[in-house]
Structure formats: structure tokens, C-alpha cells
Write a protein that binds this ligand. Structure first.
Ligand code: NAD
Ligand code: DAU
Length: 351
């Protein structure tokens, strides 16, 4: 194990975190400690294939637990942190904002304090904070978010992420903590919890349930395959400039309704349904409160400076995603049982 870079990944049992953990563990130059509380969104099944690797360790715990976080820093002498743990679902932040402040703001501060205390100004360390394009607010019909776009968060989720981004930069400025931040657009792919649009639709089409589309379905999101995000994170961790911000996105904007129709057609083909049958499940429901109209990322800096580009087209990525959900019935059943169904029934009953 000697000579390996020791990295603390937080939230590694979640959707994006599981892909990030996997690509770092596959590179034997690293030793990964994955700290995850295993909330409803965390699932160790996502990491089954790498759980016995000698350069991987899982620790169940809360990023807000100062004692635990300090103990991990003291006993591991981490070279870096890749911080993904968060409450991530906008709808849940509307009903329970305090939980988002606790995990996303206090949790991030707890990690920053531990890094400050244990790294003592060492310049070779790196605190990498994973954030979202939602901190920039909502776009009109035109324009893209760049790294210079002013922050204008509009949901409790994005306000909590914006706050954590500000704290990371404040620690860089005030205490000289070496950091990097990236802000990514909407991810999709395997291990995505089926409360988010794409996996929710796949699951509902499979079960012939309604496809709830908020408002008129004209909101625009910019979609990126999760493995491409994970690759970008590893690249930024290794080559990003300290103190910089990188936007990550695939220049892939879709109106929700167009995306839903495309997905319906792919699912009809996979399920052997008559063409057009899944589209009949589309149901327009009450809009999300404060629903941001459009997100779109300008990822030019990342491609120009670090040479990153996405590896799959949206059509390829969606095919891979649908195939994964078709092949992983048990995973879907497990995560949609119990607590999740309570959330689903309550949330969509009020729509
Ligand atoms: P997710 O909800 O799927 O996973 C979050 C993980 O964090 C889970 O494993 C959960 O158990 C863990 N966690 C939550 N609270 C914790 C706590 N207090 N202590 C320790 N672990 C805790 O989220 P995701 O979609 O994978 O997002 C990961 C990160 O990427 C988040 O910071 C999110 O803001 C950011 N992000 C997500 C997207 C997206 O499209 N999903 C896009 C851009 C940025
Ligand atoms: O932009 C990055 C963000 O993308 C991440 O920071 C968040 O963690 C992630 O959850 C995601 O946020 P969104 O709110 O954009 O994703 P969601 O899948 O919840 O919704 C996508 C769009 O689909 C949005 O316009 C709302 C709409 N929607 C969503 C759901 C769950 C519906 O129309 N119906 C639904 O049932």
C-alpha cells in the first residue's frame, strides 16, 4: 500500500460517488476511503464489484460527525478529499430544507475544519468539492453558464450547495487550504436513484405507471452520462489548477417533454411494446415550486485546458442506462421498497 495516494471520498455509495470510487480504485496509484452515511440514497450494492479490492475501504458514518471525521484524518494522513456527500434531490429540499443545510453546509464545514486542522497549511494536499450548475440559478432561452457566471441559487438545495461552494473558496482564501471546485450539469446513468427524472420514468414505464411531468414539460436540462462526469472528476483531481473552478457538461440540452418522448420510444422498443404506447402514460402534473426554467453549461474551459470530452452521445448513454435498469430488476426493487414508496406516494399525491 505504500506510495499510494490516500484519498477520502465522501458519498461514495451514492449515484455519482459510486462511479467516482470505482475509477479511482481501478487505478492502483490510489487508496480510497469511502465515508458514507448510507442514507436512503446510498447503497453498497453500487460497489459490490470492487468492495474486496486491497486499495479500498468503506466507513459508514456522517460527514457532520466531527469526532469521526477528525479520527479518519488523523489515522490516514489523506493526500486529498473528493467531497460528494450531499442531500441531492431538489423536491426533497422543498419539503425539508433544514436537512439540506445540515448535510450540505455543516457537513462540508466539518470536512473543511478537519482538513485545515490536520493539513496545517501543507501545499500538496487537495480538497476537491463537487458541486452543481444549479448554483448559477436559471437561464432564459439564451446563454450558457460559465465559470464567471454570478451565483443566483433559487431552491433550498441549490442555496445549500452555493453556500458550501462559498465556504470552500473562503477556506482557500483565508486559511490557504488548497482546493478545486467543479460545477456539473444533470447526470444520468446506472445507480441513479429512481426519484430523479430519468430513472423514475424508466421504472414507471416498466410498471405501466403514469409519467409525471411538472408543468408543461418545457423546462430544459443539460444531460451528461455519469461515467463521463466521473472521468472528468479524476482528471480535475489530477490536473486541475489549485483554486480554480471547472464547469462540466456535454452541451446536451433537452426540454423535459422531448426527453420523455425519446425515452418512451426507446422503452417501447426494448419492451417489445407497440410504438407510442408508453407516451400514453405521460401525465402533466402540478409544477415544482420555483422550478428553474433552463440550465446549460459551457464546458469549454475543461476541454481547452485539460482536454476532457464526453465519451458517449446522449442516445448511446440512454441505451446503456435503459439496459442497466432492465438488467438490474433486484436493485430497482430494493431501492423502491419501504421508505421510498412513502416518499413517492406523498409527493405525487399532492401533484
Ligand atoms: P446521491 O443522493 O445519489 O448520493 C449522495 C450520497 O451521499 C449517498 O450515498 C448518501 O448516503 C451520502 N450522504 C448523504 N448525507 C451524508 C452524510 N451526512 N454523511 C455521509 N454521507 C452522506 O447524490 P448524487 O446525485 O450522486 O450527487 C453527488 C454529488 O454531486 C452531490 O454533492 C451533488 O450535489 C453533486 N451533483 C449531482 C448532480 C446530479 O445530476 N446528480 C449534478 C451535479 C452535481
Ligand atoms: O443540474 C444538476 C442537478 O440536477 C443536480 O445538482 C441535482 O442533484 C440533480 O437532482 C438534478 O436536479 P434536477 O432538479 O434538474 O433533476 P430532476 O431529475 O429532479 O428533474 C429534472 C427535470 O425534470 C426538472 O426540470 C424537473 C422535472 N421533473 C422531475 C421529476 C422528478 C418532472 O417533470 N417530473 C418528475 O417527476
Amino acid at each position: 500500500m505504500s506510495g499510494r495516494k490516500k484519498i477520502l471520498v465522501t458519498g461514495g455509495a451514492g449515484f455519482i460517488g459510486s462511479h467516482v470510487v470505482r475509477i479511482f480504485v481501478q487505478d492502483k496509484a490510489y487508496h480510497i476511503t469511502n465515508l458514507d452515511k448510507l442514507t436512503y440514497a446510498g447503497n453498497l450494492e453500487n460497489l459490490k464489484d470492487i468492495e474486496n479490492e486491497s486499495n479500498y475501504e468503506f466507513v459508514r458514518g456522517d460527514i457532520c460527525d466531527t469526532q469521526l471525521v477528525n479520527k479518519l484524518f488523523e489515522s490516514n494522513n489523506f493526500d486529498g478529499v473528493v467531497h460528494l456527500a450531499a442531500e441531492s434531490h431538489v423536491d426533497r429540499s422543498i419539503t425539508n430544507p433544514l436537512e439540506f443545510v445540515q448535510t450540505n453546509v455543516i457537513g462540508t464545514l466539518t470536512l473543511l475544519e478537519a482538513a485545515k486542522k490536520n493539513w496545517q497549511g501543507e501545499k500538496k494536499k487537495l480538497f476537491y468539492h463537487i458541486s452543481t450548475d444549479e448554483v448559477y440559478g436559471s437561464l432564459g432561452e439564451e446563454g450558457l453558464f460559465t465559470e464567471d457566471t454570478s451565483y443566483d441559487p433559487k431552491s433550498p438545495y441549490s442555496a445549500s450547495k452555493a453556500s458550501s461552494d462559498h465556504f470552500v473558496r473562503a477556506y482557500g482564501n483565508t486559511y490557504k487550504l488548497p482546493f478545486v471546485v467543479s460545477n456539473c450539469s444533470n447526470n444520468y446513468g446506472p445507480n441513479h436513484f429512481p426519484e430523479k427524472l430519468i430513472p423514475l420514468l424508466i421504472n414507471n414505464i416498466k410498471n405501466k405507471k403514469n409519467l409525471p411531468i411538472y408543468g408543461e414539460g418545457v423546462n430544459v436540462r443539460d444531460w451528461l452520462y455519469v461515467e463521463d462526469h466521473a472521468e472528468a472528476i479524476k482528471l480535475i483531481f489530477e490536473k486541475g489548477k489549485i483554486g480554480d473552478t471547472y464547469n462540466i457538461g456535454g452541451f446536451n440540452e433537452w426540454r423535459n417533454i422531448d426527453l420523455v418522448e425519446l425515452l418512451c420510444d426507446i422503452m417501447d422498443r426494448k419492451l417489445g411494446n407497440e410504438k407510442g404506447s408508453s407516451r400514453k402514460l405521460i401525465a402533466f402534473v402540478k409544477d415544482r415550486a420555483g422550478h428553474d426554467l433552463r440550465y446549460a453549461i459551457d464546458a469549454t474551459k475543461l476541454s481547452d485546458e485539460l482536454g476532457w470530452k464526453p465519451s458517449v452521445t446522449f442516445e448511446e448513454g440512454l441505451e446503456k442506462t435503459v439496459d442497466w435498469y432492465m438488467d438490474n430488476e433486484e436493485w430497482l426493487k430494493d431501492v423502491t421498497s419501504g421508505e421510498y414508496m412513502n416518499y413517492y406516494n406523498e409527493h405525487y399525491a399532492s401533484s
